[in-house]
Design a protein around this ligand. Structure first.
Ligand code: NAD
Length: 473
């Protein structure tokens, strides 16, 4: 028996089997989670298909009101949800720069409200004496959402809310590491939504392919690693499912020699170590001009040495643990490779004994391309600091990576920074900032960071197809 249930067709469904959800700070059991099987997947998809016949016809105003109501309910349950996120994911309730679990819940509420207000109006492309031709946006049908473990609640909201706003119905499968806040969100949203509009199945990774290959699903929105994204794309081809793939990143930040080091170092630090580095568009490769290299290393070390790492439920903790053992092993392997290649560890580098999957905030200087820590996404609290001397060359080095999610230029000359930013091959680029997303700005990757965008009208449009309507005069 599990403490939670699947939600299918508006009903809580118990499963015969369950799996453990572990608190990454203590390695203790948080809860038993229901383990769905193929029959549950079929039931959830069938419920979503059935609900689509009515939900797709509901008025825009009604859907908008329902989503605002979901935002209200999430806000009312904010403390409960934030506690769940901290327990299952590890990020502190408040955290460094206020970017912890309470921020995640606040973001979920804000995205509900902003997405509720998005519109995809009918577009008139021709209106003359012979024809009026209109473009209508129609919902696609049943959307499958598959989410990762780093921002479990917020990413679930990013998938589900635009899908239902535009008239689709959803089956969501969260990461087996962090399913609880998503189960609770779906349960709460079902207080508002008609039965079958939003369903959830939970289980191990092997549940994913049952959904991605399912013949009655019309679209997949997937956020996760590039390797899994490629499998999702292959598996989706059977019935030509639409895809939005938000995949891994290895974002470069390039610091020009004209910055005020002490002013930008805290912002660089916060955007690199947000959620202990477990953020898709965190700053993951820091390129610093040789003139200010040692000053930047010293400033970042000063901040790291003063930040606390611990159980996110404890007051005053800045950063939590790595979310799971396999991810910690990746961080350890990349750190070892950096050490073998002559990396200079300014701070950190030695994993705590446990319990908990803790790794200290780690800054590694004197590394470059050819080192795994630079070439691959560490997705943990470890940042390589790379020296450069020529701006044109560093732009080439930043682009010479398969990822293309985000990038940044740090300079006191904003106009020059904007020109350089334009040359970075990535979906989002920031000047004197990084990793900042907002609901009115499209967000997505290029190259192997995926395709399609989320947020804003452009993101909403991805849950629709165009129907061109030719009306003779
Ligand atoms: P992951 O790819 O291991 O898992 C993501 C989800 O896919 C999980 O729900 C998992 O159960 C499921 N899954 C696993 N195998 C599957 C399969 N064969 N078919 C279908 N689903 C399957 O990723 P993760 O480790 O949970 O998350 C970390 C990764 O996510 C990082 O690479 C990070 O950069 C990326 N990410 C990207 C964004 C973005 O917006 N671009 C946002 C957050 C995280």
């Amino acid at each position: 028996m599990s403490d939670f249930g699947l939600i299918i067709n508006g009903e809580r469904v118990a499963t015969a089997e369950s799996f453990d959800v572990i608190n990454p700070a203590t390695e203790e059991l948080v809860a038993k989670c229901p383990k769905a099987n193929a029959a549950h997947v079929d039931l959830a998809v069938a419920a979503a298909r059935q609900a689509f016949t009515t939900w797709s016809q509901v008025s825009d105003e009604e859907r908008k009101a329902a989503i605002h109501r979901i935002g209200d309910i999430l806000e009312e349950h904010g403390a409960e949800l934030a506690g769940m996120v901290t327990e299952e994911q590890g990020k502190p309730l408040v955290g460094f720069a206020g970017l912890g679990a309470q921020f995640e819940v606040g973001g979920a509420v804000a995205w509900c409200r902003a997405t509720a207000e998005l519109e995809l109006p009918v577009k008139i492309v021709q209106d003359d004496e012979t024809h009026r031709i209109e473009l209508h946006r129609k919902p696609l049908g049943v959307v499958c959402s598959i989410t990762p473990w780093n921002w479990p609640l917020l990413i679930a909201i990013w998938h589900v809310i635009p899908a239902i706003r535009s008239g689709n119905t959803v089956v969501i499968k969260p990461s087996p590491y962090t399913p609880l806040s998503t189960l609770r969100f779906v349960e709460l949203a079902n207080q508002v939504l008609p039965a079958g509009v939003l369903n959830i199945v939970t289980g191990a990774d092997d549940l994913g392919p049952l959904l991605t290959a399912h013949k009655d699903i019309d679209k997949i929105v997937f956020t996760g690693s590039t390797a899994t994204g490629k499998k999702v794309m292959q598996s989706a081809s059977g019935n030509l499912k639409r895809l939005t793939l938000e995949l891994g990143g290895n974002d470069a930040g390039i610091v020009l020699p004209d910055v005020d080091v002490d002013a930008v170092a805290p912002v660089i630090f916060a955007t690199a170590f947000i959620n202990s580095g477990q953020t898709c568009a965190a700053l993951k490769r820091l390129y610093v001009h040789e003139d200010i290299y040692e000053a930047m290393c010293a400033a970042l070390k000063g901040i790291a040495d003063n930040a606390s790492v611990g159980n996110g439920m404890d007051e005053g903790i800045d950063f939590g643990p790595v979310q799971n053992r396999p991810q910690l092993n990746i961080v350890l392997a990349l750190a070892q490779d950096a050490e073998n290649k002559g990396g200079r560890f300014l701070t950190g580098g030695v994993a705590a004994k446990g319990p908990g999957y803790f790794y200290p905030l780690t800054l590694v200087a004197d590394v470059s391309e050819g080192c795994r820590l630079v070439d691959e996404e560490p997705f943990g609290p470890i940042l390589p600091i790379i020296k450069y001397s020529d701006v044109d060359e560093v732009i080439r080095r930043a682009n010479d990576n398969p990822s293309g999610l985000g990038g940044s230029i740090w300079s006191s000359d904003i106009a020059r920074a904007a020109q350089l930013a334009n040359r970075l091959e990535c979906g989002s680029v920031w000047i004197n900032n990084h990793a900042a997303v907002q609901p009115n700005v499209p967000f997505g990757g290029v190259k192997q960071s995926g395709f399609g965008v989320e947020f804003a009208a452009e993101g909403l449009a991805e849950y629709t197809s165009i129907q061109s309507v030719f009306i003779p005069k």
